[in-house]
Design a protein around this ligand. Structure first.
Ligand SMILES: [Zn+2]
Length: 127
């Protein structure tokens, strides 16, 4: 398939060996908006080939038949690969080790950002 999941931090579809199922955004405008607002990401490309992989639903999610294919009845709700601070709902199960890892990662990110701002400021001071 080769279609990449639009959820930030999710690597589904990036590996051609990955067989995770993906779902397109609903055609219905209301449903589509519910999906888009459920995903913790800004500027989600609202395109026909924008997909969300099945990892973002609980194991036993409700399905409905649409255009001859089964698809989730509800918007995605599982974003364990995304930093907890970004998830709009607190319903996803806390994964302490993963959370610690992502916290560490964002700490490093902020450190690098701060460093870049400092070096930029230095450049301005020299001018
Ligand atoms: Zn995904």
């Amino acid at each position: 398939m080769g279609r990449k999941c639009c959820v930030t931090g999710c690597r589904s579809g990036y590996d051609s060996q990955d067989k995770t199922s993906v779902f397109r955004l609903p055609r219905d405008k209301c449903q589509r908006l519910r999906w888009l607002s459920a995903i913790p990401r800004d500027n989600i490309p609202d395109k026909a080939d924008t997909v969300v992989c099945e990892k973002h639903w609980p194991a036993e999610y409700e399905k409905l038949l649409s255009y001859g294919r089964y698809r989730p009845a509800n918007p995605p709700s599982v974003f364990t690969c995304v930093p907890q601070s970004l998830t709009p709902t607190a319903s996803s199960k806390p994964r302490s080790t993963k959370k610690a890892l992502s916290n560490q990662r964002s700490f490093i990110f902020h450190f690098i950002l701060k460093f870049q701002i400092l070096s930029l400021m230095n450049v301005f001071m020299l001018v």
